[in-house]
Design a protein around this ligand. Structure first.
Ligand code: IPM
Ligand code: MN
Length: 347
């Protein structure tokens, strides 16, 4: 069967890291058809289109989507803030029902971390954040009236459905079962009593069937502390869309930088293609210089191979990236050189 991979290189460093990713995925698993879609800032500037219905329908035909990064530079006067994020990236996550935004964090041996050595020495930092991907404050359920006046009212309402929470919680429990059997719910139920109450209840209810998995709870503010003081305490973290967004940037920073953080946006029912992308953004400040680290994107490619059922090819890529990390601590290399080195390490 011909497998179709839709590739959205996007903006900024997106095309640079995506070039290395498709090159490596194609080497390790020859035979995919890659179809590139030139979506993002430039496409909008030249056509006025963010994501047409035709393109969305075409993307729906793919077996998986690889995405580099989208978004204009903060402060860009040409592109309204949120236009590409809401109109392209989040539109894809919502349209293709990406309920689970999976973001693993692992501190590879020898990698510099901003944590002081005595804290991390000998400890195993290896956890996964299961971020809800289709609800919460990301829904776009809000608006403003009297906009631009001193009487302006602006709202963003967080949507939490029992259905949406349950499916992500279930996924997180299943994942914990394949790992160290520990699940931490992160929320803020002492303030967000309605949404927090729903999340807590569902974790408790679903957890009754997973007696082999230990559960605990942290408020988001405390969780940000624990991520730097005791990162080894985590195995699987389940949380809502915005808390997960914030926590996974912190997790990436703690475990060697955003240049290594991969992610999967999973459609858990198989009705639409899942999408794989690095956690980092388009990094306009370093775009075009050929210095972006492509390893987060390459590891996202490995997550895609896993999802498509090619676990062995995924491990081959992961092993090559790990070997590359171990061999090149402290080296400064170009995007292309890193791609070359990983290819050389594929074995
Ligand atoms: C991420 C990004 C996106 C998000 C932005 C670009 C909309 O920060 O994937 O973490 O907030 O989800
Ligand atoms: Mn983010």
């Amino acid at each position: 069967m011909n497998t179709l991979i839709a590739v959205i290189p996007g903006d900024g460093i997106g095309p640079e890291v995506m070039a290395q990713t498709t090159r490596i995925v194609d080497l390790v698993h020859p035979g995919f058809t890659f179809e590139t879609h030139a979506l993002g800032a430039e496409h909008w500037l030249s056509t006025g289109e963010v994501l047409s219905d035709e393109t969305l329908a075409r993307l729906a035909q793919a077996d998986a989507i690889l995405l580099g990064a989208v978004g204009a530079a903060p402060g860009s006067t040409q592109i309204p803030s949120g236009l590409l994020e809401r109109g392209l990236l989040l539109k894809l996550r919502f349209a293709f029902d990406h309920a689970v935004n999976l973001r693993p964090s692992k501190l590879y041996p020898g990698l510099p971390t901003p944590l002081s050595d005595p804290i991390v020495a000998g400890k195993n930092i290896d956890f996964v954040v299961v971020r809800e991907g289709t609800e919460g404050l990301y829904c776009g359920n809000g608006g403003s009236v009297r906009t631009g006046t001193s009487e302006e009212i602006a709202t963003e309402v967080s949507i939490n459905t029992a259905y949406g929470v349950e499916r992500v919680v279930r996924y997180a429990f299943d994942l914990a079962r394949t790992r160290n059997k520990k699940l931490t719910l992160v929320h803020k139920h002492n303030v967000l009593v309605n949404a927090g109450g729903l999340w807590r209840r569902i974790v408790a209810e679903v957890g009754e069937k997973y007696t082999d998995v230990t559960t605990d709870y942290l408020h988001i503010d405390a969780a940000t502390i624990c991520l730097v003081t005791q990162p080894d305490r985590f195995d699987v973290i389940v949380t809502d869309n915005l808390f997960g967004d914030i926590l996974t940037d912190e997790a990436a920073a703690v475990t060697g930088g955003i240049g290594l953080a991969a992610s999967a946006n999973l459609n858990v029912s198989g009705t639409y293609p899942s999408m794989f992308e690095p956690v980092h953004g388009s990094a306009p400040d370093i775009a075009g210089k050929g210095i972006a680290d492509p390893r987060a994107a390459i590891l996202s490619g490995a997550m895609m191979l896993d999802h498509l059922g090619f676990a062995k090819d995924a491990s081959t890529i992961r092993a090559a990236v790990e070997a590359d990390i171990a061999a090149t601590i402290g080296l400064t290399r170009s995007t292309f050189e890193i791609g070359d080195a990983i290819i050389a390490a594929l074995g």
